[in-house]
Design a protein around this ligand. Structure first.
Ligand code: ADP
Ligand code: MG
Length: 318
């Protein structure tokens, strides 16, 4: 378990992490989601005692990181995969880690096997691909057989096979009852891995919710309809008791409606339709809306003229 209480980090005027309070629980994968610059890495560094909080507190199984005896046996982390001494072999890198942390030498071969690096164990890490470096970093995190694991953007730059492998590894670690905390700036990635979601923007907590709840509240399905006889169709739909939202550029959005039902109503009243398409709101959109105000630099040209409604309203109430 990881407990944050009012955790805050300022760099001069800049508030990188702003009064974060949440708990990361064992047995599930907790996704830590936020746009670039939101403060995820800074938060993770403070959890590991690599950065001092300006205010607040973080505890690992009730203790501060620097109070843990042999910390690698409590918490393992993948922060920056390139932080490996390139001149050493994968085996020697892990052996040094083991020896300086009171971990039995036998663990080295075990974790090399777990991450699939046994065949290249004697090769120098500087010749490793990004994916192999990532696996070596993960081997280091697993070395002390810790109950808590933390991965900062582990899938960045990986090929699909590597991404698939990391996802499954995180899920199996959680299934063993461990606490798994993983950051990403991609909602699509979290949707496939995380059971629970902590969302931050500009250092502040925006949501702390189960993934299932998030999906429930944000996967709105609706039918988009376009017609040159807009007023007539609106009348017909209102009379049929169907709720319609007027979306931009002349389209109508029918919540929870069936395309067949709308099409048949239109046909009965001889209304021409130019579009009749079932839609599913994406989680990515919901995430972008949630964090929109906290993104530092907007690419204004990317902002659609017709902003969709904030259909996720209220989902971050706890
Ligand atoms: P994320 O990992 O979510 O992308 P970071 O934790 O790396 O975000 O950064 C959060 C904010 O803090 C950013 O605005 C970043 O520029 C700033 N920041 C991070 N580290 C430092 C530092 N050592 N000195 C000054 N500002 C920093
Ligand atoms: Mg980061």
């Amino acid at each position: 378990m990881i407990e944050l209480e009012g955790l805050t980090k300022r760099y001069g005027e800049k508030v990188a992490v702003d009064n974060l309070t949440f708990t990361v629980r064992p047995g599930i994968v907790t996704g830590f989601l936020g746009p670039n610059g939101a403060g995820k890495s800074t938060t993770m560094r403070m959890m590991l005692g690599l950065d001092r909080p300006t205010a607040g507190d973080v505890r690992i199984d009730g203790k501060h990181y620097d109070r843990l005896k042999d910390p690698l046996t409590y918490i393992g982390a993948l922060l920056d995969a390139k932080a490996v001494h390139g001149g050493r072999s994968a085996y020697n890198h892990l052996l040094c880690l083991a020896q300086s942390n009171g971990i039995p030498k036998s663990r080295v071969a075990e974790v090399l096997d777990t991450v699939g690096l046994t065949a290249v164990a004697k090769k120098k890490a500087k010749g490793f691909s990004l994916g192999m470096g990532q696996r070596l970093g993960i081997a280091g995190a697993l070395l002390g057989d810790p109950r808590i694991l933390m991965f900062d953007e582990p899938v960045n730059g990986l090929d699909p096979e590597g991404i698939h492998w990391i996802r499954n590894l995180m899920k199996s670690l959680a299934a063993q009852g461990r606490t798994v905390f993983v950051s990403s700036h991609l909602m699509s990635e979290m949707a496939l891995t995380a059971d629970h979601l902590v969302v931050i923007g500009q250092g502040r907590l925006l949501a702390d919710t189960s993934m299932a709840d998030f999906i429930d509240r944000n996967s709105r399905s609706y039918v988009r309809v376009r017609t040159p006889q807009r007023e007539r169709l609106l009348d017909v739909l209102h009379q049929a008791g169907v709720t319609v939202v007027e979306a931009g550029s002349g389209a109508l959005e029918v919540d929870g409606g069936k395309a067949e039902q709308i099409g048949e109503l239109a046909a009965q009243h001889q209304i021409v339709l130019h579009e009749l398409s079932p839609q599913q709101a994406s989680l990515e959109e919901a995430f972008m809306q949630l964090t929109a105000e906290s993104v530092e630099y907007h690419a204004h040209t990317d902002t659609p003229v017709d902003q969709p409604r904030p259909w996720g309203e209220g989902w971050n109430r706890s």
